[in-house]
Design a protein around this ligand. Structure first.
Ligand SMILES: [Ca+2]
Length: 300
């Protein structure tokens, strides 16, 4: 194994079905010696696994645990970053390692739009960490913030050029696919998609927008120059061709066939993993849903 490879959640047989939702950000990182599972807990309500929450703090965190065989080693648990505010909604939570070896984490505004424009806060951001939890020396604001002005960023994916793309929930008007640039301001809360005060100097415009009824897209994956996003309210998957810094030739697949779709991930065989999220994602009751993890074969 030479490269860090995202592992589909389906590979973890010990996870209950509802963990698909509780574990909104789970990735595996190969450091050359051992797998580390890095995770965030964006949407866990009430008592949960974290010591911070047991102590009454409103934190979510990204931590790492060693994965040996198919067993997590709890004694290797390490909190990488604390202090990310959370709320019932708008918590983001996706994680992704970049080709630069840095860990990128998407955080929501925790239902306070002002958080997104605060460059000294951790919410409404794409954060960039060293794998040991320290701040990379070349981050734009000398803290964890890589980009800001996000409402509820969902999927993260890197393209073949090493550029970071992001999928974001808007409020009630439109959702966005963004190309993330270092230090970029993506406009929330003044600007939602292309609606509002989007001509404000310095705001970075989205590369694609979707009405919330046809979107609410979450997971993001890039395979062979094609960008895929899985949508909840829109009950479909979109595919775009990445052409320069634009998204072109949009297609829609599976509309209404499987219901709400949340996560799309590259599968090891060159296809895609796709997960449904039709029930059980809001009440934290285990084994009350009949979700599916789908494999999608891709043509040449
Ligand atoms: Ca925006």
């Amino acid at each position: 194994m030479e490269e860090p490879t995202p592992i589909g959640i389906a590979d973890f047989a010990s996870f209950a079905p509802d963990d698909v939702y509780a574990f909104g950000g789970v990735i595996a990182h190969w450091d050359g010696q051992a797998w580390t599972l890095v995770e965030s807990f964006p949407e866990v309500e009430g008592p949960s696994l974290t010591g911070a929450e047991a102590n009454g703090a409103c934190d979510v965190w990204a931590g790492g645990r060693k994965l040996v065989g198919d067993k997590l080693q709890p004694d290797t648990e390490q909190v990488l970053l604390k202090g990310i505010l959370r709320n019932k909604f708008h918590d983001g939570g996706r994680l992704r390692f970049g080709p630069d070896g840095k860990l990128y984490a998407a955080t929501g505004d925790a239902q306070n739009g002002d958080n997104a424009q605060n460059k000294n806060g951790l919410n409404g951001k794409v954060l960039r960490l060293n794998p040991d939890g320290s701040v990379p020396a070349d981050n734009p604001f000398h803290n964890y913030v890589w980009s800001y002005g996000h409402r509820n960023p969902q999927g993260l994916a890197f393209d073949a050029q090493g550029r970071l793309w992001e999928q974001e929930f808007g409020n009630s008007i439109m959702d966005e696919t963004n190309l993330i640039v270092k230090g970029g301001n993506y406009g929330w809360p003044k600007c939602e998609g292309t609606a509002g005060q989007c001509r404000t100097a310095g705001f970075v415009a989205p590369k694609a927008t979707y009405t919330t009824a046809s979107g609410s897209c979450s997971g993001l994956a890039i395979v062979r120059g094609m960008l895929y996003t899985a949508c909840q309210r829109g009950t479909r998957m979109y595919r775009w061709a990445i052409s320069g810094d634009k998204l072109t030739v949009g297609h829609q697949y599976f509309t209404g066939v499987y219901g709400r779709l949340r996560t799309v991930e590259p599968a090891p065989d060159g296809g895609l993993w796709l997960t449904t999220t039709n029930a059980g994602d809001k009440d934290s009751v285990p084994n009350n849903s009949n979700e599916k993890i789908l494999h999608v074969a891709l043509g040449n």
